[in-house]
Design a protein around this ligand. Structure first.
Ligand SMILES: NC(=O)c1ccc[n+]([C@@H]2O[C@H](COP(=O)([O-])OP(=O)(O)OC[C@H]3O[C@@H](n4cnc5c(N)ncnc54)[C@H](OP(=O)(O)O)[C@@H]3O)[C@@H](O)[C@H]2O)c1
Length: 264
């Protein structure tokens, strides 16, 4: 099966990167299954994509934290349909010193970014293996490759996806299934307005910001070229490169440059 054949399922498709990714794959002629909690936003996006591109676009209103409901619903929706790709994208943020973050907020983050990704992958991967083709793509982050202070739990969830993908890539290879990761740098989406702030973020860093369409193009490239990993943007690549090859320099630069929301 060629990767451009078949349906693309995207979690977190109602906003931001997921929405832009849906539009990108629709423009390539893929049928879609859009997953998120906001039924109204998904329905209106699906209408737009159907009329603009003449594709079949289904909607699954689901909370990725609820594995018991999500897994059978995904399996049922995807059964007996060739799947080109599953994009494991739904995610939320949590900013603030770890020691001052409420456990309920940390738990919610872990359940969304981690459990939600695991539940999605565990529902879709058996279908990909059975059809012997297709892609599973995780949306991590450049701060999953080099963690930032005051984003500890978030970075840990995104680093966890890299480990999951590394192992699954090798498990899936004999079946002809591709597993990839896309690591966006800061992207202009509602993410930062929707994330939980354990303490106010008084000073914002002046960080280069990319449009979500740039991430969507990277996801398409990851699927089409069966790429192992794509770090989005030159600044993102530089950040990850310094973090990996020069960890002490990276520590120093982050210690000096990331504004501290609290005083020791
Ligand atoms: N924006 C950035 O700078 C950036 C950088 C690197 C990585 N990322 C990652 O990229 C992914 C998408 O982020 P984004 O910037 O597009 O954020 P966004 O605009 O806030 O969109 C997040 C999407 O996830 C969905 N979602 C959140 N919680 C969910 C849940 N419990 N169940 C189902 N869907 C849920 C939301 O839909 P509903 O609320 O309708 O459910 C929404 O569609 C995330 O994994 C994020 O960590 C973002």
């Amino acid at each position: 099966m060629k990767s451009q054949d078949g349906l693309v399922v995207i979690t977190g498709a109602s906003e931001g990167i997921g929405r832009a990714t849906a539009a990108r794959f629709a423009a390539e002629g893929h049928d879609l299954l859009l997953v998120a909690r906001s039924g109204d936003r998904l329905a209106s996006l699906a209408d737009d994509l159907r009329s603009a591109h003449g594709i079949v676009c289904g909607v699954l209103v689901a909370d990725v934290r609820d594995a018991a409901a999500l897994r059978p619903a995904l399996t049922a929706a995807l059964q007996r349909r060739p799947i080109a790709a599953a994009v494991v994208n739904a995610g939320i943020g949590l900013y603030g010193p770890f020691a001052r973050s409420a456990w309920t907020d940390i738990e919610n983050l872990l359940r969304t970014n981690f459990d939600g990704a695991f539940a999605t992958a565990s529902a879709v991967l058996p279908l990909l293996l059975a059809q012997r083709g297709g892609s599973l793509v995780f949306i991590s982050s450049i701060i999953g490759k080099r963690a930032l202070p005051y984003n500890a739990a978030y970075c840990a969830t995104k680093q966890g996806l890299l480990g999951l993908a590394d192992a699954l890539r090798l498990e899936a290879r004999p079946y002809g299934v591709h597993v990839g990761v896309v690591c966006p740098a800061r992207t202009d989406t509602p993410f930062f307005d929707r994330m939980t702030y354990a303490v106010p973020q008084t000073t914002r860093r002046n960080v280069p910001t990319n449009p979500p369409e740039m991430v969507a193009a990277a996801v398409l490239r990851c699927v089409r070229r069966r790429r192992r990993e794509i770090v989005v943007s030159t600044a993102g690549k530089l950040f990850a490169f310094v973090g990996w090859h020069f960890p002490r320099l990276s520590d120093y630069l982050l210690y000096r440059n990331v504004p501290r929301p609290d005083k020791p």
